[in-house]
Design a protein around this ligand. Structure first.
Ligand SMILES: *Cc1c(COP(=O)(O)O)cnc(C)c1O
Length: 362
């Protein structure tokens, strides 16, 4: 088999190797079933078991209380930009959005089609290098909800703790940092996350929603866009992404085996620390985009003294087996995405590589 390289892609992203191997072993026939996961009915007993396990592991890992529903839907996080306001904005038809990057802006764009959007705060004029402080938020106590993006995948910033929204339900796009540390789910009305960063493969979006909020979904909504109906049908109103949910169940089992989210958080702080230390000890050669107090543990964004050197580093790194380091065009430079499944050795090797590059190109 060909050697695997280090995959720093922002998403779809690296998956745990033991999960890939288990899926490979079981792909031809699921044990005891005689058919592949790609061939079985979503109404079969075996699939019932798979989705139940995926949900249970999600609930155990994140400590999801009984008064919340866990859904595995389709259309990515991007469809949630629409489903959230369609289901939750009426009847007051206004909501607060905190804008900390490109994905928050996209969420705002869809919400405006449904009702009035109040931008509670934005750090756009600073190219999203920081997260607003609680004192900067202009929150409307009558808003239907407050929406924020917990980790800004493109800019490499992250909320250290949730914004406080009082009695207004807090809604979070946690696509790029869900399950990187333990959360207090009770602080949230709804959390959504595209699976392809920290949950599993693309094609599934996780939605965790407090059940009382399902009463806001009006019967005039299209069926597939209605949270209440999706919850009543346990994510099986139509054919779900059966393979994606199967891989999610394997990743969940694997994370539990590693010691759950407390253990993940320790590993993530350690891994990100290696790279941030390299940046901070480079005498300004490497410059982090995010302000120190807002640094993401998942996406580490940085620049070099010139665009030319950035290109050179990316090109040499690619040849050396470090893939996906090119930054998003809105920040430039480099971005190392190091989600839960990214190996510590890969970060350590990248740090060595960067230090050598700096010596040779200083
Ligand atoms: C990747 C990402 C998205 C988009 O997810 P899709 O599943 O491709 O729609 C949305 N929000 C954040 C924070 C992301 O990182």
């Amino acid at each position: 088999m060909e050697k695997r390289i280090y995959n720093f892609s922002a998403g779809p992203a690296v998956l745990p190797e033991p999960v890939l191997k288990e899926a490979q072993e079981q792909l031809f026939t699921l044990p005891g079933v005689g058919m592949s996961i790609l061939e079985i009915s979503h109404r079969s007993k075996k699939f019932d078991e798979i989705i139940a396990n995926a949900k249970k592991d999600m609930a155990d890992l994140l400590g999801v209380p009984d008064e919340y529903a866990i859904l595995f839907l389709q259309g990515g996080a991007s469809l949630q930009f629409s489903m959230v306001p369609m289901n939750l904005m009426p009847p007051v038809n206004k909501a607060d959005y905190i804008v900390t990057g490109t994905w928050s802006q996209k969420a705002v764009k869809e919400a405006k089609r449904v009702g009035t959007v109040n931008i509670s705060a934005t750090t756009e004029t600073e190219n999203f290098k920081r997260i607003p402080a609680q004192s900067e938020l202009k929150l409307d106590p009558e808003a239907a909800y407050v929406h924020f993006t917990s980790n800004n995948t493109i800019f490499g910033t992250q909320w250290m703790s949730e914004p406080e929204a009082g009695n207004v339900p807090l809604i979070c796009d946690a696509s790029s940092d869900i399950r990187h540390k333990p959360l207090d789910i009770r602080k949230y009305g709804l959390i959504y996350a595209g699976a392809q960063k920290n949950i599993g493969p693309s094609g599934v979006v996780l939605v965790i929603v407090r059940k009382d909020l399902l009463e806001r979904s009006q019967s005039t909504l299209h069926t597939m866009l209605n949270y209440k109906i999706q919850a009543e049908n346990d994510s099986l109103y139509n054919t779900p992404n059966t393979f994606g949910i199967y891989i999610i169940s394997l990743v969940g089992k694997y994370l539990k085996g590693l010691g759950g989210l407390e253990a993940m958080y320790k590993m993530n702080k350690d891994k990100a620390g290696l790279l941030y230390d390299c940046i901070d000890n480079s005498g300004g050669y490497f410059r982090g985009h995010a302000e120190k107090g807002a640094r993401s543990l998942m996406n580490i964004t940085f620049n070099l003294p010139s665009e030319e050197l950035e290109k050179k580093l990316i090109s040499e790194a690619t040849k050396a087996g470090f893939d996906g380091l090119k930054g998003h065009r809105s920040v430039g430079g480099l971005r190392a995405s190091i989600y839960n499944a990214f190996p510590r050795q890969g970060v350590a090797d990248l740090v060595d590589f960067m230090n050598t590059f700096m010596k040779n190109n200083g």
